[in-house]
Design a protein around this ligand. Structure first.
Ligand code: F6P
Length: 490
């Protein structure tokens, strides 16, 4: 209701690369899958509440079979709250724009994970062309001169200015889901100016933290002729003003019905333990990530190994389950990362395993949200050790899943979430000893302390949920529109 009142009947168009629902051929016909994506987790409930159109890249094997003549399908299946409009990219476009410029260039550029960004002229050209294709789709979908356009992420840095050119009255809210680095780091990108100019087509540009906002403003200050007003957090560039603000992203609260339907924690624990063949007194730690080098999976395996070395009494009783959804697998960096994780898990299992006991379970496949939540409810510890992360919604999902107020969250200080979830055990994942000690502290934490910490974490995620995130951005936008209208009259 709050979101509706902010929008007062305005049309909402979301643009993202990843689509919220993927149609695929299954054994018994077409199945619908939810991708492993923090962006989708956050934006989808907002779209269900606002309705409108979501424009995204159609990537499923059966995606084309379910759309109408305008490439649209009503979603979520069975509810039809909004339209998903699919854009079809050729293999070449996907290679240059998504795998190339976005994921070999901008992704490592913005994350400090010590992977060198690759910038190819061809990728850049394709990135520009694909941004233009999506911008044209936004313009084609617009039913008025001033729709509200929600642009998502680093795949579309150029799109805000492209849409602004055709729809000068549009309210363009761009959210950058990954960190923004300091000016020196960003400055190595050969097209730094073009990217900044593209983003400054936005009415509002959002980041997860103030720190990323400051980095962005300093980057603009360094490379463009723009007027920056720190006090109001605005940038004026070529007669156009952009508000740069921190909006910490979050998740739906209360958790969706599918999660609530899982029944008591003891039942979840029983099912998961039976499936994995775990002894009843096992301390179960879980990690849930995409198979991405920014997530610190190697570092957490090192910490698990160190824990078993330092505390041999846990050998046989401590099990770490890593769910890792394959991602961007056509890139060599990702394939070799997955190989290293597999080898390392095997090595730890050879070293500490024994008949009937395997300390590391690596589940390298996609899991639906319901399965992940069952695992969260079964676990004693959730381990999030990102080397760098804009926010990290897994940490918030774990907290949301624990209505029994038990379980310990171990969280990297380099994830945006660490600024809000201060009752977690905060660690530096580069420090093996510290992370192993935190695992030990988590494994031995008394139930009363778990309850105290978890209750506080839950009240934070409850209060600062995803509707608050969207509501905050939209109310800033509404104020902005009003001000622009008043100024136009003077
Ligand atoms: O973190 C950035 C991000 O775009 C998220 O918003 C999303 O969860 C993730 O990357 C997914 O990546 P991809 O769409 O490439 O699988």
């Amino acid at each position: 209701a709050l979101l509706h009142s902010q929008l007062s009947g305005d049309q909402v168009i979301v643009v993202s690369n990843r689509e919220p629902y993927i149609h695929e051929h299954g054994e018994n016909g077409v199945v619908v899958r939810r991708p492993a994506s923090g962006l989708v987790t956050a934006v989808e409930p907002v779209m269900r509440a606002c309705s409108g159109t979501w424009i995204a890249h159609g990537s499923g094997s059966a995606d084309r079979e379910v759309v109408d003549a305008q490439d649209r399908v009503a979603v979520p299946p069975g509810h039809d709250d909004y339209y998903l409009r699919r854009i079809w990219l050729s293999a070449e476009e996907e290679r240059g724009y998504y795998f190339g410029f976005a994921n070999e260039g901008l992704w490592p550029l913005c994350h400090v994970a010590h992977v060198r960004p690759i910038f190819r002229e061809n990728d850049w050209e394709t990135y520009k062309a694909v941004n233009q294709r999506f911008a044209d789709a936004v313009v084609a979908e617009a039913r008025s001169e001033d729709p509200v356009v929600l642009v998502q992420d680093y795949h579309f840095a150029l799109l805000p200015a492209m849409v602004r050119e055709k729809l000068p009255q549009a309210t363009i809210l761009t959210f950058w889901h990954i960190p923004w680095p300091n000016p020196e780091s960003f400055g190595i990108c050969p097209w730094r100016k073009e990217l900044l100019q593209g983003l400054l087509g936005s009415t509002i540009l959002g980041f997860h933290t103030r720190f990323h906002c400051r980095n962005f403003m300093e980057t603009v200050d360094r490379y463009l002729e723009a007027r920056i007003e720190q006090e109001h957090s605005t940038i004026s560039f070529q007669d156009k003003e952009t508000l740069v603000e921190a909006y910490p992203i979050s998740i739906e609260w209360p958790a969706p019905a599918t999660v609530a339907g899982w029944g008591p924690v003891v039942d979840c624990r029983q099912r998961v333990f039976a499936r994995l063949g775990l002894a009843e007194d096992t301390c179960l730690a879980v990690g849930v990530d995409r198979f991405d080098y920014t997530k610190g999976i190697l570092e957490r395996l090192n910490a698990v190994e160190r824990l078993l070395e330092k505390h041999p009494e846990w050998v046989g009783r401590f099990v770490f389950v890593q769910v890792a959804a394959p991602t961007r697998s056509s890139l060599e960096e990702y394939r070799s990362f997955q190989d290293r994780i597999e080898r390392m898990s095997q090595r730890i299992n050879e070293r500490f395993g024994r008949p009937g006991y395997q300390p590391v379970h690596l589940l390298a496949q996609h899991h639906e949200p319901e399965q992940v939540n069952e695992l969260f409810r079964a676990a004693n510890i959730c381990v999030v050790t990102s080397l760098h992360d804009g926010m990290n919604l897994v940490s918030k999902e774990f907290v949301a899943a624990r209505d029994d107020e038990q379980g310990v969250l171990l969280l990297s200080r380099f994830a945006g979430a660490a600024r809000e979830l201060t009752e977690a055990l905060i660690v530096n994942p580069y420090h093996v000893e510290e992370t192993a000690d935190a695992l030990y502290q988590a494994a031995t934490m008394p139930s009363a302390e778990q309850r105290e910490r978890m209750a506080s974490l839950r009240s934070t995620v409850h209060e600062f949920n995803v509707y608050r995130w969207a509501g905050h951005m939209l109310s800033d936008a509404a104020r902005w529109r009003l001000r622009a209208r008043v100024e136009a009259r003077v």
